[in-house]
Design a protein around this ligand. Structure first.
Ligand code: ADP
Ligand code: MG
Length: 225
C-alpha cells in the first residue's frame, strides 16, 4: 500500500531520513513513534507526496509518486485521508461545512451529501456541535472533526499525525476506538504519536505494528515497548 525504498530526505536544515525502507500492507495498522523532532510529521508528508525525497522511491497503491502528473496526485490525495497535527480548519465556517469541505471542493452539492454527512458526524459524536465554529470547540472535538473530515472521501489510507495530541486520556481512547473501527473496515492506518502509553494500551485492542524512528531510520519496535 505504501512502500519506501532507500528513501533519504533533508529539510533545509539537515537530514531527517537516511536510507529508509519500509512496507505497509493493505489493511494494516501501524504506529509511528519517536521523540518530538524525530521526523514523524515529515514521514507522513512523504507518504502522500506533500514532500518529495531527495533519493529513493516511494510507492503508494503500487505506483511511484515520482512519475505522477498533477491530476494523478490530486486523485491520490482523495484516496488518502490526512489528520493534520494542528487540524487546520476554516475558522469562519461551521463545523459541518468544515467536515464536508473535501466533498464540496470535489464538486458535490451540499444537499446531496447531507445524509451521509450527518451519519459521519454522529459517528464521531459531534451531532450537537454541527453548527459551532471551529474556535468554539474543545481539543477533543477538533480532533474528532479532523478525523471525520479525513474520512469523508472514503479513503483507503488514513494518516493521522498525533491525533491524540491535545486531549485527555479518555478522549484519546475514544479517538483510538474510531481509528480501530476504520481499520476493521479495511482501511490502512498509520498513526504518528510520541505517546507510548497510548501505544501500549492500544496494542491490546488492535493488531498493530510499531515503527520507531531512530537515528534517521525506521525500525520495527521490539517487545520492549
Ligand atoms: N519545514 C521545515 N524546514 C526545516 N526543517 C524542518 C521543517 N519541518 C521540520 N523540520 C525539522 O525536521 C525534523 C523532523 O521534524 P518533524 O517531522 O516535524 O518531527 P516530529 O513530527 O517527529 O516531531 C526536526 O528536526 C525539525 O526541526
Ligand atoms: Mg510532528
Amino acid at each position: 500500500m505504501i512502500e519506501f525504498e532507500n528513501v533519504s530526505f533533508s529539510h533545509g536544515g539537515g537530514q531527517v531520513f537516511r536510507g529508509v525502507s519500509a512496507r505497509l500492507a493493505p489493511g494494516s495498522f501501524h504506529f509511528l513513534t519517536g521523540p518530538s523532532g524525530a521526523g514523524k510529521t515529515t514521514l507522513l508528508n512523504l507518504c502522500y507526496g506533500a514532500l518529495r525525497p531527495q533519493s529513493g522511491s516511494i510507492k503508494v497503491f503500487g505506483t511511484d509518486l515520482k512519475g505522477r502528473s498533477r491530476d494523478q496526485m490530486a486523485m491520490l490525495r482523495r484516496q488518502i485521508g490526512v489528520v493534520h497535527q494542528d487540524c487546520q480548519f476554516l475558522d469562519h465556517l461551521p463545523l459541518l461545512e468544515n467536515i464536508a469541505m473535501p466533498l464540496l471542493v470535489s464538486g458535490k452539492e451540499f444537499s446531496r451529501i447531507s445524509g451521509d454527512l450527518k451519519e459521519l458526524v454522529a459517528w464521531v459524536g459531534l451531532s450537537a456541535r454541527a453548527d459551532a465554529l471551529p474556535t468554539e470547540l474543545s481539543g477533543g472535538e477538533r480532533q474528532r472533526a479532523a478525523l471525520a473530515r479525513a474520512v469523508i472521501m472514503s479513503p483507503d489510507v488514513i494518516l493521522a499525525d498525533e491525533p491524540t495530541g491535545n486531549v485527555d486520556w479518555e478522549m484519546s481512547q475514544r479517538l483510538m476506538q474510531l481509528l480501530t473501527e476504520l481499520n476493521r473496515m479495511g482501511k490502512t492506518v498509520l498513526l504518528a504519536t510520541h505517546d507510548l502509553s497510548l501505544v501500549r494500551v492500544a496494542k491490546a485492542q488492535v493488531q498493530a505494528r510499531v515503527l520507531r524512528i531512530s537515528d534517521k531510520r525506521l525500525m520495527l519496535a521490539g517487545a520492549d515497548l
